[in-house]
Design a protein around this ligand. Structure first.
Ligand SMILES: [Zn+2]
Length: 482
């Protein structure tokens, strides 16, 4: 069954258009699009008031960390940093059961939909059941083999949450094998993240086979390498080539150069900075997404741009963790492809990510409207359109634009909301990003189905209660706050 819509105003790849007639197939893909009411003469269509724009792909998320948002803002030492925050994050990771993860992720994904993220790349390194950490420890102590995973209940929890919320998902099972450069063994609190490379490849192939048996238009399987700290380069190289044989267009993500300490450790261990190591491997291409790149040289940024890989920044997380400032202007001037994500979920709001992408540059350069381009004077339109289309590339899904052949993943801005007062179509995204935030988002569609209507998701009330009860149980014990 097809659905027809008449969008009052829509942001198309070529710019804003009025009275856009769109036909969406049962698969969720847009099959026809025409501008002008004549296209729908004699055909009944649902009229969509307000400003319709492409939904934002969230290119970097660790769903379980939503349970830590707001709970790690106390001062644990005089030298609080990413590394002290990581201790609280590990303590949480080691408490979570699959059913907990499903509740957290469902709550989070509903929050994402209401904030304008219509799909998410879930960078997922929680693989082993809770008991396995102790089992692996015992096996290590007795010199026997570490047990193989054989349990994807945690992966399944993320997939179930995506289905329950209606968000699009690119699941990125993540290889994580070492504690630092040079093959340092995982620490006790990292044992749940471990997978052997062969098990990892087999489990990804199983996921892809399951996707084919039970196709869902908004679900895809990719892969990730946690970082060059967590995967030795020879293993990363060999595994990446094997993944390419499984699916040559598979999205592959990796954290890199988030922390200065990581860049320095990489240089000490290998003589090269981590981004240099990745670029020299020749692996990054348009299917790769490099997450953070906070501490990159101009030459590294130019190298990433030339590889056609995307960079995903999550400025809310990078600011929360005190990582540093990504040089967005240099990257964009080099032709770089930039997208955004919610990462640690300290806040979940694409408008905030884009606002701070621009504001970091204004503060640094003491100018206004830095990231608009010669072809697009409005910063809001430029930032949103560019992050949506590069986010689509990072997720490996046909999204990010309102166009024939793309999936109908849209959000609708309420032109009656005070944040939109006085907005013209050209300035609607300026109002969203710089004046109104998510409050002006009225409706959200994924794969041709309204998942948020009049600011309400049908599952939000029941899941909110389960989430609140779970967080009371998971709240960090005083002992973890050291
Ligand atoms: Zn991350």
């Amino acid at each position: 069954m097809t659905h027809r819509y008449l969008l009052n105003w829509a942001l198309l790849p070529q710019g804003w258009a009025r009275d856009v007639a769109v036909t969406v197939a049962e698969s969720g893909l847009v099959t026809a699009l025409a501008v002008g009411t004549a296209a729908h003469t004699g055909v009944s269509a649902e009229r969509v008031a307000g400003f319709t724009v492409p939904g934002m792909p969230n290119a970097h998320s660790h769903a379980f960390q939503r349970a830590l948002a707001g709970a790690a803002e106390y001062r644990a030492s005089a030298r609080d940093s990413f590394w002290t925050w990581r201790r609280a994050m590990y303590a949480l990771a080691n408490r979570i059961e699959p059913q907990d993860l499903e509740v957290i992720a469902t709550q989070l994904f509903i929050e994402m939909l209401k904030a304008g993220y219509t799909s998410v790349a879930e960078f997922h390194y929680l693989h082993q059941p809770r008991d396995s950490a102790r089992a692996a420890d015992a096996a290590r102590a007795s010199d026997s083999a570490v047990p193989s995973p054989g349990n994807n209940a945690l992966w399944e929890a993320v997939r179930r949450a995506a289905r329950a919320s209606g968000i699009g998902l690119t699941l990125l099972p993540t290889l994580y094998q070492t504690a630092d450069f040079g093959g340092a063994p995982l620490r006790q609190e990292q044992l749940r993240f471990r997978m052997e490379s062969d098990d990892f490849l087999r489990a990804i192939e199983d996921c892809i086979a399951a996707d084919r048996r039970d196709p869902c238009p908004s679900l895809r399987t990719g892969a990730a390498f946690h970082s060059l700290r967590a995967v030795p380069m020879e293993t990363l190289h060999a595994t990446a080539l094997q993944l390419r044989r499984v699916d040559p267009t598979m999205p592959v993500h990796v954290h890199v150069a988030e922390q200065l300490r990581e860049v320095e450790a990489g240089r000490r261990a290998t003589g090269l900075r981590p981004i240099e190591t990745l670029l020299r491997s020749g692996l990054p291409n348009e299917h790769w997404c490099l997450v953070h790149c906070t501490h990159a040289t101009r030459a590294e940024l130019a190298g990433i741009a030339a590889s056609r890989a995307t960079v995903c920044v999550s400025i809310s997380t990078e600011a929360n963790l005190g990582d540093g400032i990504f040089d967005a202007l240099s990257f964009l001037r080099a032709g770089g492809r930039l997208c955004v994500g919610s990462d640690s979920q300290s806040t979940v709001d694409p408008a905030e990510e884009l606002r701070w992408m621009e504001y970091q540059q204004r503060l640094r350069r003491k100018r206004r409207v830095v990231l608009a381009s010669a072809g697009e004077a409005h910063a809001g339109t430029e930032l949103w359109r560019s992050a949506a289309s590069h986010g689509a590339q990072a997720l490996g899904q046909p999204i990010g634009e309102i166009a024939a052949g793309r999936r109908a993943d849209w959000i609708v801005l309420d032109d009656n909301h005070p944040a939109m007062a006085g907005a013209q179509p050209e300035s609607a995204l300026d109002h969203l990003i710089f004046a109104g935030g998510a409050a002006a988002i009225r409706d959200c569609m994924v794969a041709g189905r309204w998942v948020v209507k009049d600011r309400r998701h049908p599952q939000e009330e029941p899941i909110r209660e389960r989430f609140a009860a779970l967080l009371r149980r998971l709240s960090p014990a005083p002992a973890d706050r050291a």
